[in-house]
Design a protein around this ligand. Sequence first.
Ligand code: AMP
Ligand code: GLY
Length: 422
Amino acid sequence: MNILILGGGGREHTFAWKISQSPLCEKLLIAPGNAGTAQLGENVAVNPNDFEAVKALVLDKDIDMVVVGPEEPLVRGVYDFFKNDDALSGVKVIGPSAEGAKLEGSKAFAKAFMEEFNIPTAGYREFTESSLEEGLEYIAGVTPPVVLKADGLAAGKGVLILSSVEEAQEEFKAMLSGKFGAAGNTVVVEDFLDGIEFSVFVLTDGKDYKVFPVAKDYKRIGEGDTGLNTGGMGAVSPVSFVDDVLMTKVEEQIIKPTIKGIQEREMAYEGFVFLGLIKVGDDPMVIEYNCRMGDPETEVVFPRMKNDLVELMKATAEIRLGEITIEKDSRAATTVMLVSGGYPGSYEKGKHITGIEETSGSIIFHAGTKAEGETVLTNGGRVIAITSYGETVEEALEASKKNAAIIDFEGKYFRRDIGFDV
Ligand code: AMP
Ligand code: GLY
C-alpha cells in the first residue's frame, strides 16, 4: 500500500517509524514531515489543511491510505472530503468524520455526549454572549478553582483554571469577547476535578475497538509540573497507578459507552480516540476527548505495540478490527522532549542540532526539525523526542536522559524529572 501521513511532529515521525516497519507499506509520504520522517519516506510540502492540495497529491502518488496525525484537518472534515469525492472515496482515511471529531472540536458537544451516554466527567454549564449575566452569576456560586473552557479548538490554550471567582469572571468575559476568537463563542464552566491524569488510546472502526498501552504525559514546562502548559515535555508507559482494576473501570464505564455513543449517533469513526482521563479517588473520569493520537504519548505508545500498525489501520478502515489481537511489548518506554529556549513562549528557529549520531540505546524522534543539506536545524518549539525502552520506567528514563545530554543545540531545554510522580 502507498501511505500518506498528514502532519510533521514527533507523533508523525513515530507513525512513520512504525508504518515503515510493515511489509504492507510500499511507498510512504509525509506532508509536510520533518528531518526525521525524510529518512523513512518522502516529505512533501503540502499543508494538511489544504484539502485540494492533499487530493492532488493522493491522486498523483496513487495513495491507498491517509493517516491523519493532527486534529485540525479532522475537525475541518478531511474524512468527509474524501468520502464525498468520487475520485477519493476508495482511499482509506484513518480518523473520524467531522461529526466524530466534534468530540475534540467542541467541548460542549463532548460534554453533552458524555451526559447522554452516562460517561463519568465533571459537571458543567455552558454559556454564550446572550447568557453572559447568567454565567457570571453561576461562577459567583462556584467554589474555586474555577475551570473555564473555550468550546472550540484553541491550540491547547483554551482551558483556564482560576483560583478566584473574580479572576474567573474577568476571564469568562474576555473569552466571550473573543480572547480565543470564535473558539470562545461558547464557554464551558466545569467542576474542578482533583486527581492524577493519564491517557488511554483506543483505535475503533466504529464497531469494535482495541485498547493501546496506557501513558502519562507531562504538559508543564517546569520540573515538578510547574509553569506554563506546553504541547508535552515527555511521557511514560506503562503508568504505575493504572492497574487492572482501574483499567477495567475505564473499559466498562468509559470506553464501551463511548463506542456505543459513536454507534448510536451514527458517527463515521475509523480512527483513534484519545481519552484524557483523571483518577479521582479510585475512579476514572474523562477530562477531555481527542480525535487523534497524543504527542508525545505516541512516542511511547507505539514502541510498546508489537502489532503491524498498517495491518491494524487497514482492518480499521475495512471495519474488521474485531479480527485483530493486540500484542504489547512488556518493556517500559519513556520519552524526553528537547525544546527550544523560550518555549512555550517565543523562541528562535534554525539552530544547528548536533550529537544525534553519537546517541545510543534510544530512538530519536524528530518533532520541530528541518534538514538543510547534511545538517539538521531546529524548526519548532518541541524539537526532538528521545524514546527509550527499559525493564522499568526508571531504567528507560536513564537512557533517555543520557542521550538528552548528548544531543545539543543553542538554547536546548528538557525536563529531568519526567516520570517523577509514578
Ligand atoms: P484539556 O485541554 O481539556 O485537556 O485541559 C487541559 C488541562 O487542564 C488538563 O490536562 C487538566 O490538567 C486541566 N483540566 C481540564 N479540565 C479540568 C477539570 N475539570 N478539573 C481539573 N483540571 C482540569
Ligand atoms: N499530549 C497531549 C496531546 O497530544 O494533546
